[in-house]
Design a protein around this ligand. Structure first.
Ligand code: ZN
Length: 509
């Protein structure tokens, strides 16, 4: 290792360690912070973010990164893993830094201020169903994000500049047709399931609605998490209003969940979802910890890990073959002698809904397609924020046949835009697609996955994910990782096959 590279590692690690401390402050705010500490906490976080940005933009660090990136020696011997890793670490550090320095400091602070104000405004507007109170904040944020996109620069549409932050290298010109192609396949399936539901009129979900003791729910969640292979000596599970995964590295991964005393599904599947994110974090390469390579490949890949465990494992019939006896033991009054079959049906209800986070696997991606379409048009300046409620409602009516009675159930439902997160939503659908493609590759390597899940033996699946996805960190970009592991570019076909197979059988369509 040359001296320059050693110095780079030291600085890069310092930047990431400060970021990790910031993540801990954010976790603490969601999980433990007393309300009166909120104002001071916002200052702590802003101060730390300022230091990180300064260190990232420091000319000395820049010269080091640029010098190493131009150095032909580094990564010259690609057969050597350490050499290839060094080249990738510099490549990713340069990418992060180039993006950071392009955004003027004044725009960074204006965005930080505007987002914290708009989050506050969104919370109040959503509670009172008061779109006009939020609209000016959103208009200001969109204007700032348009400036950010222009500052960062982009090929094709301005949207690409924002998408790239979450899904490096992705382009909306490729992504949008993928999503509309998916919608074209899903819409007939939703219609067929709707007809089948109307014919039978049954309500399979009723089994898991009712009184479910929260202490026992937590016990169950922890047992399932342990069964997945989540290491509690390197992580935690707590409760927060909105479930999320955070932490400081593979040795400290923090999950949160949320229990609904009247519905077993809410807490269980939030835990499994975050558990999937957590397994990825625990499996990131320790040898790269503190460098850009110690990170996930992209948010789409991150979401693929949560979806794979939540849906392909947790919502499978095989999962309930293994877990039904324990669930009946914990909730005898509610579950009685419920069979795996009934539990499987109860967690796979398909019903078009107004709210994205309550949507089932089949309808979910239509909610994402709607958001992508609106975000893209906003960024391109084709529509204005004032048009959003009407466009939202019209689009939902045409795709899912539903019209929100209030903006609270429509355009005001998600926090993302209030946080300035434009370009983030598509990573949810990418996650579903990557997950389906990875699942087929895992099944090709391991054989009958359902048989393993039914025995409660998911260790081979986790080992496969560790070797092919987790341990690679950010060594490969998402697209390259997908090609390397599955042998193909990302496609919708594996996900469509999965939906048609599973829900076709469940609903007899
Ligand atoms: Zn997630």
């Amino acid at each position: 290792m040359n001296a320059e590279y050693a110095r780079f590692l030291l600085l890069a690690r310092e930047i990431r360690d400060l970021g990790a401390a910031g993540a801990l402050l954010a976790w603490d705010q969601e999980v433990l912070l007393p309300p009166k500490g909120l104002a001071a906490r916002a200052r702590h976080r802003a101060a730390l973010a300022g230091v990180v940005h300064e260190k990232m933009c420091a000319p000395g660090y820049g010269e080091l990164v640029d010098g190493l990136a131009a150095d032909g020696e580094l990564g010259g011997g690609l057969e050597d893993r350490a050499d290839a890793a060094a080249a990738a670490a510099v490549r990713e550090a340069k990418r992060d830094r180039d993006r950071a320095v392009k955004i003027p400091h004044a725009l960074v602070t204006e965005l930080a201020e505007a987002t914290s104000l708009s989050q506050q405004a969104w919370q109040e507007a959503r509670a009172r169903d008061d779109w006009p109170a939020f609209a000016p904040h959103l208009a200001r944020l969109v204007a700032l994000k348009r400036r950010e996109a222009a500052a960062v620069g982009h090929e094709g549409e301005p949207y690409n500049a924002l998408l790239d932050e979450f899904e490096p290298g992705a382009r909306v010109e490729t992504l949008a047709p993928l999503l509309s192609g998916l919608a074209a396949e899903i819409v007939p399936l939703i219609a067929a399931i709707g007809e089948a539901r109307a014919r039978t009129g049954d309500d399979p979900g009723a089994l898991l609605r009712g009184d479910f003791d929260v202490v026992r729910q937590e016990k169950f969640s922890r047992e399932v998490l342990a069964g997945m292979g989540f290491d509690m000596a390197a992580g935690r599970l707590d409760v927060s209003a909105h479930p999320f995964t955070s932490g400081t590295g593979p040795g400290d991964v923090r999950l949160t969940t949320r229990y609904d005393p009247c519905d077993l599904r809410v807490g269980l599947y939030a835990t499994i979802h975050e558990g999937g994110h957590g397994l990825y974090e625990q499996g990131l390469p320790v040898e790269f910890e503190g460098t850009p390579l110690g990170d996930c490949a992209s948010l789409g890949i991150h979401e693929s890990q949560s979806r794979l465990w939540e849906n392909f494992v947790g919502r499978s019939r095989a999962f309930w073959e293994h877990w039904a006896p324990r669930a009946r033991e914990l909730f005898p009054e509610r579950l009685g002698r419920a069979a795996p079959e009934a539990l499987h049906r109860a967690v796979n209800e398909v019903r078009p809904s107004l709210i994205r986070i309550e949507a089932d696997e089949v309808t979910y991606n239509l909610h994402i397609a709607l958001r992508l379409e609106l975000e893209r048009a906003l960024l391109a300046g084709e529509i204005e924020t004032a048009d959003l409620p009407a466009l939202w409602n019209a689009r939902l009516r045409s795709t899912l046949g539903l019209t929100p009675a209030t903006n609270r159930e429509g355009v005001l439902q998600d926090i993302h835009w209030a946080c300035g997160l434009f370009g983030y939503f598509p990573t949810y659908t990418l996650g579903n697609l990557y997950a389906a493609q990875l699942r087929e590759a895992a099944a090709a390597a391991l054989g009958d996955l359902d048989a393993l899940v039914a025995r409660g033996d998911t260790a081979p699946l986790l080992a496969w994910l560790r070797a092919h996805v987790h341990a690679r960190g950010r060594l490969l970009r998402a697209g390259a990782l997908c090609r390397e592991v599955t042998g193909r570019d990302l496609e919708t076909a594996p996900f469509v096959r999965y939906l048609q197979g599973k829900f076709g059988a469940l609903y007899g369509v």
